[in-house]
Design a binder for this molecule. Structure first.
Ligand SMILES: Cc1cc2nc3c(=O)[nH]c(=O)nc-3n(C[C@H](O)[C@H](O)[C@H](O)COP(=O)(O)OP(=O)(O)OC[C@H]3O[C@@H](n4cnc5c(N)ncnc54)[C@H](O)[C@@H]3O)c2cc1C
Length: 308
């Protein structure tokens, strides 16, 4: 119930205004996001790369209904990618893009505009010597996002996609996308989805994650295991060993600020560990989803709002 209420709140405009202007919230944001500017993002990347971690940068913002904002987001990614190349960091840092941030939901031509913007970001990533992964949003956009992924892959085959284990359809999508060179991030799924499309009990989502992971690990693609769940991480390591995979043929991914010691432990074991680093000023929806995932984060949020 609490998780659902929080996920609904992630789209509420009044709450957005209330929370984003509250004093004390800055420290909480700082724990889960790298800052607001390109330089902040580059600095966080430098620090993470220095301790052996790979990075995926997310310019915060989603659900835009404003063409100028969608184009500005494309511009922000292009500038970021140039900065990463200039700093010699692009070999260790890719970008994650939400199609709704680059125009997917605009009336009329939204999907076409989003595809063009994403294509421009892929071109900039290619020039910089790195890649793009398309984040996955709520289930109403799954087909559109997978269709855009296929379009982008015709020019940029290394473009990554994301599948969410909680959707009933995902095991089949894993089978379709476990082909040579296909970079697929597997996560549990972060949105408030109805029973008709998504598994509800959390334990059953975990079991679905395992089934999907088995398919991806058995295939010839490049699985990216996005989870903080210690049991799934152990199982992923075990499956990779059993399938004879080397550490450069799959990777683990975690969010910036979440379980940093577990991130470093994986690096010490020789695993490839990528940290998803959000930056930018539009942090509200991202932060509320993190609180929905973990009651302890909600407590941090409540403390920040009342200034404790
Ligand atoms: C790199 C990355 C990219 C992602 N991309 C997407 C995407 O494109 N689309 C999408 O729908 N979802 C995405 N997600 C979110 C994902 O779907 C889950 O909502 C989120 O990762 C929590 O699930 P979990 O697998 O960590 O397991 P959970 O069952 O939520 O957590 C397992 C354990 O991990 C720890 N933990 C989990 N979350 C937190 C937290 N926020 N703070 C502190 N500890 C925590 C706790 O110890 C918890 O017991 C992404 C997640 C990651 C890591």
């Amino acid at each position: 119930m609490l998780r659902q209420a929080l996920l609904l709140a992630s789209h509420n405009q009044t709450l957005t205004r209330l929370v984003t202007t509250a004093p004390g919230v800055g420290a909480l944001v700082g724990r889960f996001a790298a800052g607001e500017t390109t330089s902040d993002a580059v600095a966080a990347t430098r620090d993470l790369v220095a301790v052996g971690r790979e990075v995926s940068l997310d310019h915060l913002g989603e659900d835009t209904l404003d063409r100028e904002q969608a184009d500005a987001t494309r511009g922000a990614y292009v500038s970021l990618l140039r900065a990463l190349a200039d700093e010699g960091l692009a070999a260790h840092a890719e970008v994650s893009v939400k199609l709704s941030a680059v125009g997917q939901a605009l009336p009329g031509d939204g999907p076409k505009i989003a595809t063009e913007n994403a294509h421009a970001i892929c071109a900039a990533a290619h020039d910089a010597g790195t890649t793009v992964t398309l984040d996955m949003e709520d289930h109403t956009t799954t087909d559109l996002t997978l269709g855009t992924l296929a379009t982008l892959r015709s020019d940029y085959p290394d473009t990554g996609g994301v599948l969410q284990a909680y959707l009933h359809r995902t095991e089949g999508d894993c089978r379709d996308l476990a082909y040579e060179g296909s970079r697929i991030r597997l996560c549990k799924g972060a949105y408030n989805e109805p029973e008709s499309v998504a598994i509800q009990p959390r334990h059953d989502v975990d079991l679905a994650y395992v089934r999907c992971l088995e398919v991806l690990m058995a295939g010839s693609g490049y699985p990216m295991l996005a989870t903080h769940d210690p049991r799934l991480i152990a199982l992923g390591t075990d499956l990779a060993t059993r399938r004879g995979r080397t550490p450069d043929s799959y990777e683990f991914q975690m969010l910036y600020g979440v379980r940093p010691s577990a991130q470093q432990a994986l690096v010490s074991q020789g695993a490839t560990m990528r940290v998803y680093v959000p930056y930018g000023s539009e942090w509200y929806g991202y932060l509320v989803r993190r609180m929905a995932e973990r009651p302890a984060n909600l407590l941090l949020g409540a403390r920040a709002l009342v200034g404790l």
